[in-house]
Design a protein around this ligand. Structure first.
Ligand SMILES: C[S@@+](CC[C@H](N)C(=O)[O-])C[C@H]1O[C@@H](n2cnc3c(N)ncnc32)[C@H](O)[C@@H]1O
Length: 261
């Protein structure tokens, strides 16, 4: 992976070491960005924060974790009416504060929607790059001066860890139990389907598909106090395997709900 520093000092990115071994990155000043030849996504760091850009889709703009993005804020504003996720986690019936573990945090969109809706959410992310993008987005949000956003983000915590390991710790009583676990695994790119969203296409460029989803689902069902929510692409399936207790339609996706309580 390559990292382009745009008008910033290498000292500004020392925090990245918590997530990525900077020595393993090819760190280039902006002037050298034209020397990027391989097809791996490229990290950029500038005054706007950390972002990731596809080199396959050269026309795409860089993606960063931005909880104030109008698309995310619109999704939040319309969530009580049309957000399948809230129904899937049981927030429509249960107004008491739920503790949620997002075992596949990614860009943190789902975790943020839940946190802004009053849940306490722990985000787990095993990729150092994704965890660094999330940390950067959380930091920027907390420093944005937006009081409402800061309050919402106080409900969000991030840990860089493989969820398989973390769920074992919950099972052993070494980490706190949670009410709900959500899983939004990486699926292999679908050849014939409509074009996937830009950020998903970007993630598919460097993150492996989840081959262990049955194992992760099984562990999650042993650990969640109330339910596990598995997000799947496309329409609700007629004969899902394994069979959930019920399904909830979403936008270009659906949620399979496994009751555990
Ligand atoms: C499809 S993305 C999730 C998108 C997310 N729901 C959002 O709102 O942006 C899947 C993410 O899960 C992460 N992941 C996959 N398996 C994991 C595991 N076992 N532990 C932690 N993170 C995992 C991947 O690195 C990837 O970032």
């Amino acid at each position: 992976m390559q990292l382009i520093l745009q008008k910033c000092d290498p000292a500004d990115i020392s925090w990245l070491d918590e997530f990525i071994n900077i020595k393993e990155l090819r760190v280039l000043p902006e002037i050298d960005s034209l020397s990027i030849t391989n097809k791996e996504p490229v990290l950029y760091y500038n005054a706007l924060g950390l972002s990731l850009k596809s080199t396959v889709d050269e026309n795409s703009s860089p993606s960063r974790v931005d909880f104030k993005h109008p698309r995310i804020q619109h999704r939040l504003a319309t969530s009580t009416r049309s957000e399948g996720l809230l129904k899937a986690v049981g927030l429509d019936k249960n107004r008491s504060q739920l503790s949620v573990l997002d075992a596949t945090a990614g860009m943190g969109v789902e975790a943020y929607i839940l946190a802004a809706s009053g849940c306490r959410v722990l985000m787990l992310e095993k990729s150092g790059i994704m965890a660094a993008l999330l940390h950067d987005g959380l930091k920027r949000g907390m420093n944005s001066g937006d009081t409402r956003l800061c309050q919402e983000l106080q409900n969000l915590t991030l840990k860089m860890v493989d969820s398989n390991d973390y769920l074992e710790l919950i099972k052993a009583g070494q980490e706190e139990a949670v009410d709900v676990i959500i899983l939004d695994p990486m699926f292999p790119p679908r050849q014939k389907s409509a074009k996937v969203k830009k950020t998903m296409a970007l993630m598919q460029e460097f993150l492996p598909p989840n081959e262990d989803i049955e194992t992760l689902l099984g562990k999650a069902c042993e650990c969640a106090g109330k339910r596990v929510v598995l997000k799947r692409p496309g329409k609700m399936s007629k004969q899902p395997d394994p069979k959930p207790d019920f399904q909830v339609p979403g936008r270009a996706c659906h949620f399979q709900v496994f009751l555990t309580g």
